[in-house]
Write a protein that binds this ligand. Structure first.
Ligand SMILES: [Zn+2]
Length: 280
């Protein structure tokens, strides 16, 4: 029952009663940390913490007020340097209370598409905003932080963070590593194309939107899962089945299912069916 409540809350972007710890922190490199969410916890997406010589940047999305508060506490536990910026990797339209929880002293850096979605929520946002179209490079002392707007994929205007000195990539929700995640807002074709582009990057570590820190193998595995998933849905579509019929008749070998996929399966199939129908 608790799992059901959590899944319903995630699907409708609703915060629920917070447990003691929303994230587990893993050190990725000298000044880089991954904040990994509990697979059945109330926060839907991992965060990535970058400590530069002068300040701290946090990247991620799906920040409930409790998640923003916990990330702020985590940063304070790592370093006395101030949390200066949140790199908001994406925002799902309609999640009005999500991604609005950081104090006004924190700057929000995001894509122009994500900034447009935040404005459309009609929720006041008092933070200083930096929005960019394609790419933005931040030089923080000895740390170079490259942001790339991937345009489509998990959500329109989703961006990734790449640190060339360490060859570390933070994909946010463009990659789910052996764990199911929210798939109901992006572009099926764009998502696969984004992953193919990211597979060409030289990386030592990849911090995903869900699941543990991985490497380029994690990108390839998830892309293969997406392609198998879309192929299965397309088969139903080509047999003339409606979205509800596809949900009903969908069969996937259990070994291909990521952890907790059953909780996301129906929404994911409905979204994929619509996306693939558009592209036919
Ligand atoms: Zn997301």
């Amino acid at each position: 029952m608790r799992l059901l409540l959590i899944i319903v809350s995630l699907l409708f972007c609703l915060p629920i009663g917070a447990p003691a710890a929303l994230y587990t922190v893993t050190k990725v490199d000298d000044r880089l940390y991954a904040a990994i969410v509990d697979p059945v916890g109330p926060v839907a997406s991992n965060a990535f913490i970058i400590v530069t010589p002068t300040s701290v940047l946090v990247a991620g999305a799906h920040f409930t007020a409790a998640a923003a508060a916990e990330i702020t506490r985590i940063v304070a536990g790592i370093t006395p340097l101030p949390l200066r910026s949140v790199i908001l990797t994406h925002h799902h339209q309609g999640c009005r209370t999500i991604d609005f929880g950081f104090p006004p002293t924190v700057e929000i850096i995001t894509s122009t598409q994500t900034w447009g979605k935040l404005k459309a929520e009609q929720q006041p946002l008092y933070n200083h905003i930096v929005a960019f179209d394609k790419e933005l490079t931040i030089n923080g002392g000895k740390q170079t932080i490259m942001l790339r707007n991937m345009e489509q994929g998990h959500a329109e205007g989703n961006l990734v963070v790449y640190l060339p000195e360490q060859s570390v990539l933070f994909t946010s929700d463009l990659l789910f590593n052996n764990e199911a995640g929210f798939m109901a807002d992006g572009s099926a074709r764009g998502w696969v194309q984004d992953l193919l582009l990211l597979e060409d990057l030289v990386v030592t570590n990849v911090v995903p939107g869900r699941g543990k820190v991985t490497d380029s193998g994690g990108l390839r595995r998830f892309r293969a899962f997406l392609q198998d998933f879309f192929t299965e849905v397309l088969g139903h579509l080509e047999r003339g089945e409606s979205a509800p019929e596809t949900v009903q008749g969908f069969r996937f070998p259990p070994e291909k299912n990521p952890l907790h996929f059953s909780g996301y399966q129906r929404k994911s199939i409905e979204w994929a069916w619509k996306e693939l129908q558009k592209q036919r």
